[in-house]
Design a protein around this ligand. Structure first.
Ligand code: GUN
Length: 284
């Protein structure tokens, strides 16, 4: 039987309605949630992501500020800006769009963001809290995947989840979130020997590889849930994921498409984190 599609676009709309309601109640309490986005240089993909983040803020009634710097900006100028935003009462979330130009120290930049305003969930304090199961701001793409699984009633307890990809943005945090929900988690990556022998065991397979159509049916167990976090361009320049969607759809139980799968959920979870940070700020 053909897999059921998990539609991230529809779910995203549903979740944004809930978030918008939370924005409204914060406004009634006199607080407008605010997000500052820092963009360095002219990376086309980054500019598109940032524009989409701004647009989502506008739609939900979240105040947003875009701060752009030339690619030649110094570490000190960037750090000063972050320090100022940490002190700014109108701003509840700070996001530095990655990757940064090579001369900048990404780790030091992330460390400078107040953990309470770290809506990307990249600060070591938030990463640490997540690992030990404390309340934290958590990375947006993995959070989006968790919401998609939950919304479809896909149980995690005791399930074998195999994650292909170990980035700090997706693979590693997603594995921790799944572990916190009692899944058995296997991390695979570019150095893994005989990758298919692992992925074939997955009840839930997460592809976060960054290679177009890399996961073919040879890597997938019959009836598996397949989550595609990849955003690639194929030879024709068309947007596609890490999973050979049409072939894998024939054997999976659930599958996420690209576009229209995990992607739309990422920005929705950023909005969620911004509202959460604003709520926490007034409760302090
Ligand atoms: N670059 C690619 N994904 C992300 C993300 O989730 N957050 C930030 N800040 N930069 C990114």
């Amino acid at each position: 039987m053909e897999a059921q599609t998990i539609n991230g676009k529809e779910l995203s709309i549903k979740k944004r309605v809930e978030i918008q309601e939370n924005v409204q109640s914060l406004k009634k309490e006199g607080v407008v949630p605010g997000l500052a986005v820092i963009l360095v240089g002219n990376n086309d993909a980054s500019r598109t992501y940032v524009a989409n983040k701004q647009k989502a803020c506008k739609e939900l009634g979240i105040y947003s500020e875009l701060i752009t710097f030339d690619a030649t900006v110094t570490q000190d100028v960037l750090l000063s800006k972050i320090h100022a935003l940490n002190e700014n009462k109108d701003i509840h979330g700070i996001l530095v769009q990655l990757p940064l130009p090579k001369h900048l120290d990404e780790d030091e930049i992330i460390d400078a963001i107040s953990p309470m305003k770290d809506v990307d969930g990249f600060h070591p304090i938030n990463v640490g809290k997540m690992v030990i199961g404390q309340d934290a701001l958590m990375p947006c793409t993995p959070s989006g995947v968790m919401v998609m699984l939950e919304d479809h009633g896909i149980s995690l307890s005791g399930k074998h989840v195999v994650i292909v990809g170990r980035s700090n943005i997706v693979g590693k945090p997603l594995g921790q979130m799944l572990l916190n929900q009692d899944a058995t988690v296997t991390y695979c990556h570019s150095k893994t020997h005989d990758l298919a022998s692992f992925t074939k065991q997955a009840d839930i397979l997460i592809a976060a590889v960054g290679k177009a159509n890399f996961i073919t049916p040879d890597y997938v167990k019959n009836g598996a849930v397949v989550i595609d976090v990849g955003i690639n361009r194929n030879e024709e320049g068309k947007l596609c994921g890490d999973v050979a969607y049409h072939q894998v759809k024939e054997i999976a139980s659930y599958i996420t498409p690209v576009p229209g799968g995990v992607g739309p959920m990422t920005i929705t979870m950023l909005m969620y984190n911004t509202v959460k940070a604003a709520r926490k700020a007034i409760e302090r």
